[in-house]
Design a protein around this ligand. Structure first.
Ligand code: ADP
Ligand code: MG
Length: 667
């Protein structure tokens, strides 16, 4: 019998109500969900190595254990450590949040361990290896590759193995999802029950292509749909704009001119603009946004500029009022705005041209007279629903400009943004002082603090950034708090502030406001300061354990300083004794796009675009750098379009595509 892929997991033999509930918790509801719960790796017992021969990377060893230790850290974190031994030597293994390992690891037995050998916390160790009793393994067919499934809650790899084995005949009969792309059942079968690694990889490539196809088709369908939307064109008064630009206190960069021009052309259209403005930190995105708002105001429509935090909204409103105060009627609307009702009346009556605000902009009682342009700063901080709420404030679909400071290498833009129009600010305003960047050795911090004291004595301010939450370490709070206590004790004459992700938004905002008003001299913080804050008086950015961050992230953090006239400094404190090639790249370059490319080469996309990949894009099988597969998927999409297939006639496909469509659509 062929089961429908949509049938519930309860239909699988061996899955009772209890297991089903665990599955549901893990987001696995249908047969399809279960079949797409793919192995994260394979065990190859035949290739067990001697411990003395181990190299970093995926390894399997056959060993006895001793010295098993279970410890509990804060926030429910448990760590099991053990020493694995064979005749050639010993190596440590660590498991996070798998307390049952302590019981399982019987020192009288032999086991196979399969996992990644990594360098962390000062030595090589096996991280979260899968464990199999050697006798058991030898009873089964040792020639076969054994899949390792990602555990979910109390459902272990072994459980998934059992259930998936129970439906192997179903897997072999799965119909293709994409027309003219045969081989799906075979691919799924190869991934779950491979004969060899090449076999498993070819299966995975097929499924990755399938996934990329859905993503690319979604963005194409979105573009088609967006092109059908109608809006009021905004016709620019070019003469007025030129005059305004000429009167600015500085010269626009060429990149700013180009981006503004692209936006003006997009807005002068009956199809609503859907453009992303991507610019390195400090490249002047706000100015481009302001010029666009000016064009809109001159054409008689309102603009809303939404920022993710109150500090940012305040800053935008302040700097825009300074530059455009006579040309634009600007208002600030945030949670703490006084006389909100009155302000909202003004907005509704059209007495305000540009409303800068936070989420307060999208509350139900905020109404516009004629919202024509919506601008979202730091767009990755907002969800789809919030963007749609803002757009819904207009009577017809408004033009949309999203802004982001995450530099995405050009090579990846097609996959990430599909057919979204992108403007890039790849140039910093002239006369900006480069930020002197120095790598600090672990034991070289005294000199650094002496240099920092010089800055403090000139009334300049300092950021000191600590490592974020690390699952394998004590919690984030203790480390950032520890540093805070140490620094506060040492610098009694200065005001030292503390900022971290566990604080309430209002508390965070308050600390940031104190810092931006100069009432805090040294801000000890986790990376929550990343978002576009502008404190020109801050001249030092010191980053502890800098080698633990992505280059793009370091670059963004560095971009918090160098915003004023004084010279600025960035100290990258190396947590290791070995010199770091990656840190040297940051020391030598101030180009965010370049650093993003380097990051991509050195670390792969997962680390850098992890959040994008799992949040916005939700790619589970493919990665955004699978260029060959992207090309293949792109050809398949073209074929699909050429044949005029109607996606709605393919039930499973259209559900998969719809998920991605929600991410970039306007309505
Ligand atoms: P970001 O792109 O990181 O959001 P901002 O818009 O905050 O950058 O701009 C950073 C700073 O540069 C602001 O103080 C802004 O006034 C200034 N600025 C913007 N454009 C120019 C320019 N063309 N010349 C000089 N300074 C500029
Ligand atoms: Mg900004």
């Amino acid at each position: 019998m062929i089961m429908d892929l949509a049938s519930p997991v309860e239909d699988v033999k061996g899955i009772g109500p209890k297991t089903a509930e665990l599955m549901h918790k893990a987001g696995i509801f249908s047969l399809r969900d279960l079949i797409y719960h793919l192995p994260r790796d394979y065990e190859n017992f035949q290739q067990a190595q001697k411990i003395s021969d181990l190299r970093p990377g995926q390894v399997t060893v056959r060993a006895k254990v001793d010295d098993v230790r279970l410890s509990r850290k804060g926030r429910g974190l448990t760590i099991v450590e053990a020493s694995l031994r064979d005749q050639s030597g010993a190596v440590r293994a660590v498991w996070f949040n798998q307390p049952y390992r302590a019981k399982q690891l019987d020192s009288t037995k032999e086991f196979f361990f399969t996992g990644k050998m990594e360098f962390s916390f000062g030595r090589y160790q096996l991280m979260n290896p899968a464990v199999n009793v050697a006798d058991d393994v030898e009873k089964i067919n040792i020639d076969e590759l054994q899949p390792i499934y990602p555990a979910r809650g109390s459902l272990k790899s072994q459980d998934f193995k059992k259930f998936i084995k129970a439906i192997d005949n179903q897997i072999a009969l799965v119909p293709d999802m994409i027309p003219n792309f045969p081989g799906r059942a075979e691919a799924l079968f190869n991934v779950h029950f491979p004969e060899d690694i090449a076999n498993a990889k070819s299966g995975r490539d097929y499924l990755a292509t399938e996934e990329l196809f859905c993503l690319l088709l979604a963005s194409r369908l979105n573009r088609q749909q967006n092109e059908k939307l109608k809006t009021e064109p905004i016709v620019a008064d070019i003469e007025a704009l030129k005059k305004l630009i000429a009167a600015l206190p500085f010269k626009l960069t060429n990149a700013q001119r180009r981006a503004t021009w692209e936006i003006i052309q997009d807005m002068n259209n009956q199809t609503p603009m859907n453009r992303l403005l991507q610019g390195d930190v400090g490249s002047g995105k706000t100015m481009v946004a302001a010029l666009s708002a000016y064009v809109a105001a001159k054409a008689g429509v309102q603009t809303a500029l939404m920022a993710p935090t109150e500090v940012l909204a305040n800053q935008h409103a302040e700097s825009l009022a300074k530059t455009f105060g006579n040309e634009l009627r600007i208002a600030l609307l945030t949670g703490s705005t006084k006389h909100k009702d009155e302000l909202k009346r003004h907005i509704k009556n059209g007495e305000v041209d540009l409303v800068v605000g936070t989420h307060a902009l999208i509350t139900d009682d905020t109404e516009f007279k004629n919202l024509g342009l919506a601008i979202i700063d730091e767009q990755h901080r907002f969800g789809v629903a919030q963007r749609q709420k803002l757009l819904a404030k207009a009577h017809t679909m408004p033009h949309l400009l999203s802004m982001t400071a995450t530099p995405i290498p050009r090579s990846l833009q097609l996959t990430i943004f599909g057919d979204l129009a992108v403007s890039i600010l790849d140039e910093l305003p002239a006369g900006r002082q480069p930020i002197t960047t120095k790598i600090i050795a672990r034991n070289g911090q005294e000199q650094m603090w002496r240099d920092i004291e010089k800055e403090l004595s000139q009334k300049h301010q300092v950021y000191y950034i600590c490592k974020k939450i690390d699952e394998s370490n004590a919690s984030e709070l203790s480390s950032v708090k520890k540093e805070f206590n140490r620094i506060a004790k040492k610098y009694k004459n200065y005001n030292v502030g503390l900022l971290h992700g566990k604080m309430k938004p209002a508390e965070k905002d308050e600390v940031m406001t104190l810092f931006s008003n100069g009432e805090i001299d040294i801000l000890v913080s986790t990376t929550v300061v990343e978002v576009g804050v502008n404190v020109p008086n801050a001249t030092v950015m010191a980053i502890a354990d800098a080698d633990q961050y992505g280059l793009s992230q370091l670059h963004q953090l560095r971009g918090r300083v160098g915003r004023g006239a004084a010279s600025s400094y960035c100290y990258l404190i190396n947590s290791k004794d070995a010199p770091s090639r990656r840190l040297r790249e940051v020391e030598n370059s101030q180009d965010g796009f370049y650093l993003a490319e380097v990051d991509l080469k050195l670390r792969g996309p997962g680390e850098i675009y992890g959040s994008l990949q799992h949040g916005a894009l939700d790619l589970r099988i493919a990665t955004i750098t699978d260029t060959k597969l992207i090309h293949k998927a792109d050809l398949l999409v073209k074929d699909f379009v050429k044949h005029n297939y109607n996606v709605l006639e393919y039930k499973e496909l259209s559900a998969a595509v719809r998920k991605y469509q929600r991410l970039t659509t306007l309505n």
